[in-house]
Ligand binder design. Structure first.
Ligand code: ME8
Length: 644
């Protein structure tokens, strides 16, 4: 029976803004899944989407559609992206799948019945975009430590998971099983930042929004993100369903792969949930680094988006996949820049691989009419070349066993470079000139065999080029797998070799960079326009909502600059009562200009302190590129008149 291998990506939030960073884990996992399949494993590769929560509910509302319609649209676009990048997942789970919802309810009930979930009250600082509660000490300058936005103090009735009970067990898990969490640096981070300070019980339900899996025995609550999301790794296999065949076959997972920001959930909360359910733990949690862009994580919240579809359109999916897999030192952060991408393509794919293939094809066509000669006579440099290729399997497997994809690729490209060196060493054109035909045959045979072997090794990483190579060198199907690469010399000779188009086209760095920059600028301005148009939709409010805003006309009776501020003026406004209003219009009006003027202001705004002054309202202004101008009635009206 085949050995099984179960690998997962995180399930992605259907934000609709997919960027090159989003693709990272999925492409890495895809290459591992493909590699394992080639090794003969029975592989199950799971990915999917995490579709519940307040943020989704809000996005859908802002776009005037139901949450389900919103997520359907986003999931559709994500699936198209995975198709474009040839992602060979075996299942795409959605947390809105009816089966998943039922399974989550069963799991929640099981944990509740066991006493590992209990009801209490939660208070904390809540960041809406991140859907995260933070303790005061976790806040950064009073703001969300993840995205830097405002947080609000929130309190609500909640069900809690007894996470605290599992702290020692998790520590023991790391001790007994040093390979459970990798890279090793993440273990120290978990111990020092979370386990040692002590774990608090975890709020696992919410009443503040409705878009989630209902707690089966309490209508007021929906299951909050982590129990709903993390359990996807077992519900996808049918755990707690009528058919758990896949669960029995594939659980425990061989590896959960994700970026470092969610390691805590996978290396602490997830094992604790599994311990509480009394089921085996995954063999490994791997927290890789981030793909960085302009010094920050490419992140949906921060808006630094690099469009993977556009990159694939320009350079092809093989090139983008290769960049992702090769450039980021595994486990560490890596940088994305247009320049690095182009240089990688030109250096490795064009110079090393592409050149080797096109030179060899050209020589076989020129010297032997496009028919691969058979191996003829052994010569200098051959044994060294063979040794490199025969030693490759162990090296690549060793790297892939530790999921070090860049290292595996580095080994493969070292072998490609060795073959290029062999051309320089043997100088086939000189052999041809000197009529050393037998030696020339061997050299071209050896080069073709190297190319075949390289194509086999590249199959998990590049999904198009290896097939092109096989077809150009007429490589039989039984010579396209790992069985055929451990020993050099499987090609027979006599195969037809055609001169194909270049596998990868050389990119003019400067020209392409300029073009990419111009494109990015254009995209940025189009996005701004879209946003502006979108704002009209997003800000739709009902008449009743509008009526809540009390707009009044008042006269500015006094005005002065606010000390220590360039922008603020303190105004005394006489409406139906006297109000102090601090307004950011000092760049546009002097205090003197304002006194005696009638203006329109919001009279029922919650007072707020600005530079130590309590402001009781807000002046209305119009704003365009030329600056700001106050709004006023066209003729003088009674102070305190309403505006409708
Ligand atoms: O966190 N570099 O979903 P998410 C590398 N739904 N990887 C990146 C990346 C970058 N710049 N940006 C995103 C969630 N990723 C939860 C997960 S799992 C039970 C629930 C990848 O859409 C990386 O794998 O925010 C990261 O962990 C994941 O996207 C986060 O995706």
């Amino acid at each position: 029976m085949k050995e099984k291998f179960y690998i997962t990506t995180p399930i992605y939030y259907p934000s609709g803004k997919w960027h090159i960073g989003t693709c990272y884990t999925t492409v890495v996992c895809d290459s591992i899944a493909r590699f394992k399949r080639m090794q003969g494993y029975d592989v199950f590769y799971l990915t999917g989407t995490d579709e519940h929560g307040q943020k989704i509910e809000q996005s859908a509302k802002a776009n005037g559609i139901s949450p389900k319609e919103w997520v359907d649209k986003q999931v559709d676009s994500l699936k198209k992206l995975w198709e474009l990048f040839d992602i060979s997942y075996d299942k795409f789970i959605r947390t809105t799948d009816p089966e998943h919802k039922e399974q989550v309810q069963k799991i929640f009930k099981r944990l509740y019945d066991k006493g590992d979930i209990y009801k209490s009250e939660y208070e904390g600082w809540y960041c809406v975009p991140c859907e995260s509660f933070w303790t005061k000490s976790q806040l950064k300058d009073g703001k969300c430590p993840d995205c830097g936005r405002e947080v609000e103090l929130a309190k609500e009735s909640s069900y809690f998971f007894r996470l605290s009970k599992y702290a020692d067990k998790i520590l023991k898990l790391y001790e007994d099983n040093p390979c459970f969490l990798e890279p090793k640096s993440r273990v120290n981070e978990m111990i020092n930042s979370f386990l040692k300070p002590g774990l608090s019980d975890l709020a696992v339900s919410r009443t503040s929004f409705k878009w989630g899996v209902p707690v089966p025995f309490d209508d007021e609550h929906v299951v909050y993100v982590w129990i709903d999301a993390l359990t996807n790794y077992i519900t996808a296999l049918g755990y707690a369903s009528n058919d758990d065949t896949l669960y029995k076959k594939f659980w425990p997972a061989d590896v959960h792969m994700m970026a470092k920001e969610i390691v805590r959930f996978h290396a602490i909360i997830w094992p604790a949930i599994l311990m509480a359910l009394d089921i085996p733990l995954p063999k490994k949690v791997y927290g890789h680094g981030w793909l960085l862009f302009d010094g920050g994580k490419i992140s949906k919240s921060k808006g630094n988006i690099v469009d993977p579809v556009e990159l694939a359109r320009r350079f092809g999916t093989d090139a983008v996949r290769y960049y992702l897999l090769r450039e980021v030192p595994f486990g560490q952060d890596g940088l994305y820049t247009n320049e690095l991408l182009i240089k990688r393509i030109n250096t490795d794919l064009v110079n090393t691989l592409g050149n080797l293939v096109s030179r060899t094809e050209a020589m076989i066509n020129q010297y032997f009419n496009g028919i691969l000669p058979a191996f003829s006579e052994e010569g200098e440099f051959d044994s060294d070349l063979k040794a490199v290729y025969e030693g490759l399997y162990d090296k690549v497997c060793k790297s892939m066993d530790s999921y070090d994809v860049p290292e595996a690729l580095s080994e493969i490209f070292k072998a490609a470079a060795r073959a290029n060196k062999y051309i320089d060493e043997t100088m086939p054109w000189v052999l041809y000139k000197e009529g050393k035909t037998e030696r020339l045959k061997t050299v071209l045979y050896n080069l073709s065999e190297c190319i075949r072997i390289l194509a086999v090794y590249l199959k998990p990483y590049l999904t198009k080029s290896p097939d092109k190579i096989f077809s150009e060198f007429s490589v039989a199907e039984n010579l396209q797998g790992f069985d055929s690469v451990k020993k050099f010399g499987a090609l027979k000779g006599g195969e037809k070799v055609i001169r194909g188009e270049a596998l990868f086209k050389r990119i003019d760095l400067e020209k392409e960079l300029k073009d990419m920059e111009a494109f990015a600028e254009k995209q940025k301005s189009e996005k701004k326009e879209e946003k502006a148009e979108g704002t009209i939709n997003i800000l739709e409010i009902t008449i009743d909502e509008f009526k809540k805003v009390e707009l009044k006309v008042g006269t500015v009776t006094a005005a002065e600059k606010v000390e220590k501020s360039q922008k603020l003026l303190k105004l005394t406004v006489e409406g139906d009562r006297m109000s102090t209003i601090v307004s950011g219009i000092a760049q546009y009006y002097t205090p003197e200009e304002l006194v005696g003027k009638q203006i329109v202001y919001v009279a029922n705004l919650k007072p707020a302190k600005l530079c130590g002054i309590v402001s009781e309202g807000m002046i209305l202004c119009a704003e365009d590129e030329s600056g700001v101008t106050l709004l006023a009635p066209l003729k003088k009206v009674k102070n305190g008149s309403g505006v409708s």
